[in-house]
Ligand binder design. Structure first.
Ligand code: PHE
Ligand code: ZN
Length: 865
């Protein structure tokens, strides 16, 4: 029995349908900060204007600050009340000047929302509802204001004072203090407010915009980190040029600053003219960052920069519209990255990410449409669905409308809604108006949750020259949405001849909008093999009756690189699911397909490295009616062993070749070889070769870059040899002063495939470098362990208990980050009765924890429902 004693048991639900425009607008705000970590005084002057004819009081949201004084039009008042932390003030006229004075304590702010201390500096994070923790304000994105900010602080401790917009004035004061004033000429919602005070040093650059204006760029970090900022600075310049070229969007202020902080709940934040970043998405040099890190830095720098238009110039009317800015901006950053290197590999990575994070979300208790209808805590909706499925929805629009009309629609949208707070509907309508397309049914993508499933069957009558493809779609029920309507699915198709390996058709874009459709192909002169959902044109699950031979054939002959990768993955997946379900499977087909791919000289190495990797344990689990983590692990290891052993000579050849490359370079070719090298090392280890650990340790010691070093460490961490402990020690000692690299040390161990991983992780929680207070560190250990399918799902339930213990502890410090790590516990319906009961027991323990945050309450209670 569940006995819920917490206040969160009767949560407040915010509904999209209840939207009403703000009662009061705030066209101007002046903020005056007297900054100190222990005690910061904030004076706010708001020009407020009554919105329409109503007699409701002014309601300013708040969040735990100490209120010192309130005045209206220069006169101190005390007829205000505090309701749920908000300041409620009756006002007689239609325009007033409100002044409030409050006190906050940044160094006690462990939630990292509002104004907080990180590494001795002070910084802000306001999205979604952090601004109210700094000062009283109508904290909603459709209140747009012009900001003036004055900051005063001790000059020795906080020599650099930054805020949004342009610097206006600065000066010194008595007593070692100084001040600076910033002015942001653009209207913005308060979630885009930012301010940073600290001992920071900049890597500076310039960008000349398309209209010839010079923008001063600065990447601000602690002095010792300045040498690690060049890659981010280059990425920023490339992003600025790309947005001009591809979307016609020019930067609009004279300065653009980025600050890196070590304690941050998310990846980064697009505050107007002053982005604040998790330092993991800024700092890189070859010795400390992997190729993967370099790519992620460029992608996140681009993402936040692109928000200047998709998010800032045009913002969101309310938080239900979050995907308006996030889905579009992810689509923009994905396109940017695709243009910088291999578009095929980028698409493979993005789809892999979607399947790893979004498909399970869409199939589980927390499923929601990309435009949700209700929430308890908006922080819980910064999800893979809003971001990544949201990006897929924009991508489908681009695919269906074509590049030219998509650009017309985007121009119209930016033009029409510049300086306003818009809705997803505004975006879709702009696309519709610019292209003339009818997107009525397409809008279901915004309201229906769940991943559509498409069944494809092809019938060919030999001799007739005719083949008929039957497509059928179903959209599964999700919480609150038992019945679904058919959606609009743009599916790219092509047929190949089984004998000649030649294309039998052009690529077709089929738009499936009914439950069922038939598509005829003529002049099909030999048995056709179906290539479907090429480029992953629709974010759906496709089921076909293609045989292992057909899949192997496509993996060798398809001319769409994504489809080629996909065919190989499907072949591997079918084999692994059969093995894990105790059925007979044929490893030889997989091994032969891998061999052919390895031997194909036309393929780029980065692509090959992706193509020959087996699907993850959790993705295999997603295909099964009941996830059997031990059987999946065993099946995957057995296939890895078979591929490793049978093709051992090839792996060694590839490894030797890749290992012989010259010193580190950051080029696509060098990255591809490094990737191939670590994949080959993995298969050599899987083969059971006696020298695998020696080889890995040699790579570990000789590495002149983090990609090779971490690749070798990962291989060793899964092994039993003495090299494992040695490498972990060397790695720790070498990087003990670098938090980002220590995160890798924790994470690699949490992801280990060894039988003793849980025990190791329990020890690591007591390590002197472990702390739940730093979100990166918490995610590196607890978050990583929770996605280590076999270890987390140990039949004893010890993995579940460990994670629940950590989340309960973390919730007291940082509810947002804790709640983000809960979903793995909510997957109990996917497991056998024994594991399901153990997971539910942990969720119930969490829900009934006294003082639980509403963030955690929402995630845990919905996961139980
Ligand atoms: N808006 C940020 C982004 O996507 C994410 C974020 C959300 C950061 C909430 C902090 C807090 O780019
Ligand atoms: Zn974003």
């Amino acid at each position: 029995m569940l006995d819920i004693q917490t206040a969160a048991a009767h949560p407040h639900v915010t509904r999209r349908a209840d939207y009403t425009p703000p009662d009061w607008q705030v066209p101007d705000i002046a903020l005056d900060f007297d900054l100190a970590p222990e005690r910061t005084r904030v004076r706010a002057t708001l020009n407020v204007v009554r919105g329409g004819a109503h007699d409701r009081p002014l309601r300013l949201d708040g969040g735990g600050q100490t209120l010192l004084s309130v005045s209206v039009d220069g006169v101190a008042v005390n007829d205000w009340t505090l309701e749920d932390g908000a300041l409620v003030l009756p006002l007689a006229g239609s325009e007033h000047v409100i002044e409030t004075e409050v006190e906050i304590a940044p160094d006690r702010n462990t939630q990292l929302m509002g104004l907080y201390a990180s590494g001795g500096n002070l910084c802000t994070q306001c999205e979604a509802e952090g601004f109210r923790r700094i000062t009283f304000f109508p904290d909603r994105p459709d209140v747009l204001s012009r900001y003036r900010v004055k900051m005063t602080a001790d000059k020795a401790r906080f020599p650099v004072l930054l805020a949004n917009g342009d610097p206006i004035a600065q000066g010194d004061l008595e007593g070692g203090k100084h001040w600076a004033e910033w002015h942001d000429p653009f209207l913005k919602p308060c979630y885009l407010f930012a301010m940073v005070a600290g001992d920071l040093h900049a890597n500076k650059g310039q960008f000349v915009t398309m209209s010839g204006r010079t923008v001063d760029l600065g990447i601000w970090v602690r002095a010792a980190d300045v040498p690690r900022t060049q890659h981010a600075l280059e990425a920023l310049k490339t992003s600025m040029a790309w947005d001009e070229k591809v979307y016609g969007r020019e930067y609009d202020l004279d300065v653009f600053n980025i600050v890196a902080v070590d304690d941050f709940n998310f990846g980064a934040m697009e505050n107007k003219g002053l982005n604040v970043f998790n330092s993991r998405y800024i700092l890189a040099d070859p010795d400390t960052a992997t190729d993967y890190d370099y790519d992620a830095i460029a992608a996140v720098v681009a993402h936040e920069y692109f928000h200047n238009w998709s998010g800032n110039r045009v913002t969101c009317r309310d938080w239900f519209q979050l995907s308006l800015k996030e889905g579009f901006t992810v689509y923009r950053d994905q396109s940017f990255s695709a243009d910088q290197g291999s578009a095929a590999v980028k698409r493979i990575e993005d789809v892999r990410g979607l399947r790893a994070a979004q498909f399970p979300e869409d199939a589980g208790p927390l499923a929601h449409p990309i435009r949700p209808d209700e929430y308890q805590e908006i922080s819980n909706f910064y999800t893979a669905t809003i971001y990544n499925k949201g990006a897929e929805v924009i991508r489908m629009l681009a695919t269906m409308l074509g590049a030219a009309d998509f650009r017309k629609g985007s121009d119209l949208y930016f033009d029409r809604f510049d300086g306003t707070a818009a809705t997803c509907e505004d975006f879709v309508h702009s696309m519709e108006e610019a292209s003339g397309a009818d997107l009525s049914q397409f809008r279901l993508w915004y309201s229906q949750a769940g991943t559509p499933r498409v069944k494809a069957q092809i019938a060919h009558t030999p001799g007739s020259g005719r083949a008929v493809l039957t497509l059928e779609q179903t959209v599964p029920p999700t919480p609150g949405q038992p019945d679904k309507q058919p959606m609009v699915l743009p599916i790219k198709l092509k047929l190949f001849g089984a004998e000649t390996a030649k294309p039998l058709s052009e690529e077709k874009l089929a738009i499936l909008s009914d439950g069922r459709a038939e598509i005829a192909f003529e002049e099909v002169t030999e048995r056709p093999v179906l290539s479907i959902n090429r480029g992953f044109s629709a974010p759906v699950v496709v089921e076909t009756d293609r045989t292992p031979e057909d899949l192997a054939f496509l993996s060798a002959h398809d001319d769409d690189p994504f489809a080629r990768y996909e065919a190989m993955q499907q072949l591997m997946l079918d084999t692994l699911v059969a093995d894990a379900s105790g059925m007979q499977s044929d490893h030889d087909a997989v091994i032969a397909a891998v061999a052919l791919t390895l031997d194909d000289p036309a393929l780029d190495r980065a692509f090959v490295a992706e193509a020959v990797l087996l699907p993850s344990e959790s993705f295999i689990g997603d295909q099964m009616a009941v996830v059997d983590p031990d059987a999946i692990y065993a099946a995957r290891e057995a296939l890895r062993h078979a591929i490793g052993k049978t093709l051992e000579a090839k792996w060694r050849g590839i490894y030797a070749l890749a290992a012989a490359q010259g010193p580190y370079a950051y080029s696509p070719a060098a990255k591809g070889l490094r990737r191939m090298k670590t994949v080959a090392l993995g298969y050599i280890a899987a083969s059971g070769a006696a020298d695998a650990a020696t080889l890995a340790f040699a790579q570990f010691e000789a590495a002149d870059n983090m990609t090779d070093r971490q690749g070798a460490l990962t291989s060793l961490v899964n092994s039993d040899g003495k090299e494992r402990v040695a490498a972990l020690d060397i790695f720790y000692n070498r990087y003990s002063d670098n938090a980002l690299v220590l995160d890798k040390w924790f994470q690699t161990q949490a992801l280990s495939q060894r039988d003793d991983t849980l025990a190791a992780v329990q020890d690591l929680v007591r390590h002197s470098d472990f702390t739940l207070a730093n979100p990166n560190r918490a995610r590196a250990l607890v978050g990583a362990f929770a996605v280590n399918q076999r270890a987390f799902n140990a039949a004893s339930g010890a993995g579940y208990r460990f994670v629940a213990d950590q989340l309960i502890a973390l919730d007291k410090l940082n509810p947002q980050t804790a709640a983000k790590l809960l979903p793995p516990l909510g997957r109990w319906r996917r497991f056998d009765a024994g594991r399901a009961a153990l997971m539910k027991a942990e969720l119930e323990r969490i829900v009934s924890t006294p003082g639980l945050s509403k963030d955690m309450f929402e995630q845990a209670s919905k996961s139980l429902a």
